[in-house]
Ligand binder design. Sequence first.
Ligand code: SF4
Length: 170
Amino acid sequence: MLELGSMGKLAQRLSFVNFGDICRGCKVNCCRRFYAVLLEEEEGEFDGAASVVRTRLGRVKTLGGPGGKTCPFLSREGLCTIYDKRPFDCRLWPLMVYYDFEREEFIIVLDHECPAAAEGKIPQEMLQRMIQTAKEAILDGSLKKEWVMKYTLSPWPKNYQILERVKPPS
Ligand code: SF4
């Protein structure tokens, strides 16, 4: 059994995110169908449980992986067994931060693969706080451009709505 320490600094900023009943009855179950990309600061924490996804800008480490590789921390009942220690990407979903290579800026997107997002079931107050947290992490440089670029290039359905555009800090 993997011993997990305290969560990373960026994940901590999203400790207010709790979907509770929002996910009840979801037929998609993001943790089974998709995967989470670990921040570099989280890789040590999940060493031994992570998979590798390669992009043209380098590799990222993930929990689960493309092609239906399920997160190792998902119970048989489809529940997260490390919910209080889950990484940044899991906490931010169904928001994601991508890089727009053409316009050279970050975009904060809402992924419509999540039924709760597509159907507007996520409370606006929590969603706005999540967007603000992501924006601050971009602007203070703690969400690194190199990582976001690799994140953007990792295989994903890319069925999203752009909520915010953020110029990288100069
Ligand atoms: S896809 Fe959305 S509604 Fe379904 S389990 Fe994941 S976060 Fe919850």
